[in-house]
Design a protein around this ligand. Structure first.
Ligand SMILES: Cc1ncc(COP(=O)(O)O)c(C=O)c1O
Length: 484
């Protein structure tokens, strides 16, 4: 019985609950579908994966290439497949499950909330969205008291800094909303002539002209038309062109052409302080500083996409808090770990921007629902602690040290570089990392690749140092075996 292999009683209980749920599932009304499902439950474990792959092929739109395993449950930094095989999870669902799988406090909050109120739409207030918004704003301002620009700016009346939140359901939607807010902002400042001396007459005559958006090579901001338009990757963009107009792509970490690309027709510049999907590349301090300065000169908003690098992953609450205060953003987008796997996204905007967004300007059916927001409150309370954040920094350093010492002989050859910050790390290889990812999975370690032949390491933020070392050892072995 595969549950005997599991480590903790909690996991055994979960697997028993899963078995009961399966039993209930197959005890439905008589039909050929029921027979089909019952048969699949009775099949031996390996067949579950085969069946899933076949059903996927037959019934799902095929946008992913998946290995033939079916994950059924997880606990902490480990997940288990339907054959009972255990995997150390260095993907965390692509930087989502920051507190690890089945975190008891998240589980308790979600269970309790599911029994009370899952959804009531944005027609009404719910108890949890305002609480989570307040937590995000206070945590951000408190963790970076030296901040003075953008979201950290004091209001014009001199009162304390504040900022506001809009909830969405995903990272893509957070970016989509941020771009819309920036477009609205562009129109308002152009119409009102807020840009003062620098605003050209042309802009006042046609506020739509202040609609330009600048993004960067190597970026990933999502797959909707707006978010995709600022994701300059031909693989993602080409099949869906034409994209939205008014977007220009600049070279990441290159300040030379800022003056040409970012001008008074620009309403927003969107950038990841640490690029994740692009291959774990941190923005240079001078680059972010120059973006901030240029945005101020031309009245554009600086948007930081912290969907992957934010919420503790860098060892700070926000990755931009690793940078000096004169690199602060006007808007921060977040998603992935915010509710530890319950879908959620959010846009944090300065008061100045929030004031320009009016009732009816933007909306969502699911965004801000009490289930996700309550989970988000638990997550933020756990992540925004000195203990967790310093653990992330220390665990990240351990990971890098273990890898660099185990791979010393290969660095500069088949291993190009080991890089990253906190628990957002990458190992760039000189060739396609897919064989390494596949071998590691066979050996019980889940990994995900990123751009530029990079293996991306994004384990849960609370992964123990022991498990960090264990994962590093498996990975180093797999690299050695694969590249030699
Ligand atoms: C930096 C960044 N932005 C946006 C997104 C899109 O988020 P989602 O997949 O939740 O829509 C991702 C997803 O990987 C991301 O890493």
């Amino acid at each position: 019985m595969y549950s005997l292999l599991f480590r903790s009683k909690g996991v055994q209980a979960l697997s028993a609950a899963g078995a009961r749920a399966s039993a209930r599932y197959v005890a439905g009304p008589a039909s050929s579908i029921r027979g089909y499902r019952a048969a699949s439950v009775l099949m031996n474990q390996g067949s579950v994966a085969k069946q899933a792959a076949e059903s996927n092929q037959r019934f799902m739109v095929n946008t992913y290439s998946r290995p033939e395993i079916v994950l059924s449950h997880g606990k902490g930094s480990y997940v288990y497949d339907t054959d009972g095989k255990e995997y150390l999870d260095f993907t965390a669902g692509i930087a989502v499950v920051g507190l690890g799988h089945s975190h008891p406090d998240v589980t308790a909050a979600v269970s309790d909330q599911a029994a009370k109120l899952v959804h009531c739409s944005n027609l009404y207030h719910n108890e949890w969205a305002p609480k989570l918004a307040q937590k995000i704003v206070s945590a951000t301002l408190e963790s970076y008291p030296q901040g003075s620009q953008g979201i950290y700016a004091k209001s014009s009346s001199g009162s304390d800094a504040s900022a506001r939140v809009f909830f969405s359901n995903s990272g893509t939607e957070a970016n989509e909303g941020a771009l819309k807010f920036a477009r609205k902002y562009g129109k308002v400042v152009a119409e009102q002539g807020i840009l003062g001396k620098t605003a050209s007459e042309a802009l006042r005559g046609d506020p739509n002209l202040k609609s330009g958006i600048v993004s960067f090579t190597g970026a990933f901001h999502g797959r909707s038309m707006g978010a995709l338009s600022v994701t300059a990757n031909p693989k993602y963009q080409k099949p869906f062109a034409p994209l939205i107009p008014g977007v220009q792509t600049m070279k990441f970490n290159d300040t030379r052409e800022l003056g040409t690309f970012i001008d008074e027709r620009t309403c927003a510049v969107i950038v990841e302080p640490i690029q994740g999907e692009g291959g774990i590349h941190a923005a240079h301090v001078d680059f972010l500083r120059a973006l901030r300065r240029r945005c101020d000169q031309v009245g554009a908003l600086l948007i930081y996409d912290e969907i992957q690098c934010g919420l503790g992953r860098s060892g700070k609450l926000w990755a931009h808090q690793l940078y000096p205060e004169d690199c602060s953003p006007d808007i921060v987008t977040m998603a992935k770990p915010l509710a530890n796997g319950i879908p959620i996204g959010a846009i944090l905007v300065s008061d100045r921007v929030a004031d320009m967004i009016k009732v009816g300007d933007h909306g969502t059916t699911f965004g801000g629902n009490p289930l996700a927001c309550r989970a988000g409150c638990v997550v933020l309370d756990h992540i925004n602690t000195p203990e967790l954040l310093s653990h992330v920094a220390a665990a990240g350093e351990t990971l890098e040290q273990e890898l660099t010492s185990a791979l010393a002989q290969l660095i500069g050859g088949p291993v190009v570089e080991v890089r990253g910050t906190g628990l957002l790390r990458g190992i760039q290889l000189s060739s396609d990392p897919t064989p390494v990812v596949n071998l590691a999975r066979d050996r019980g370690l889940l990994l995900v690749s990123a751009g530029g032949n990079t293996v991306r390491l994004v384990p849960p933020l609370n992964t123990s140092i022991e498990d960090i070392k264990k994962g590093a050892a498996i990975l180093a072995e797999c690299i050695k075996q694969t590249v030699q």
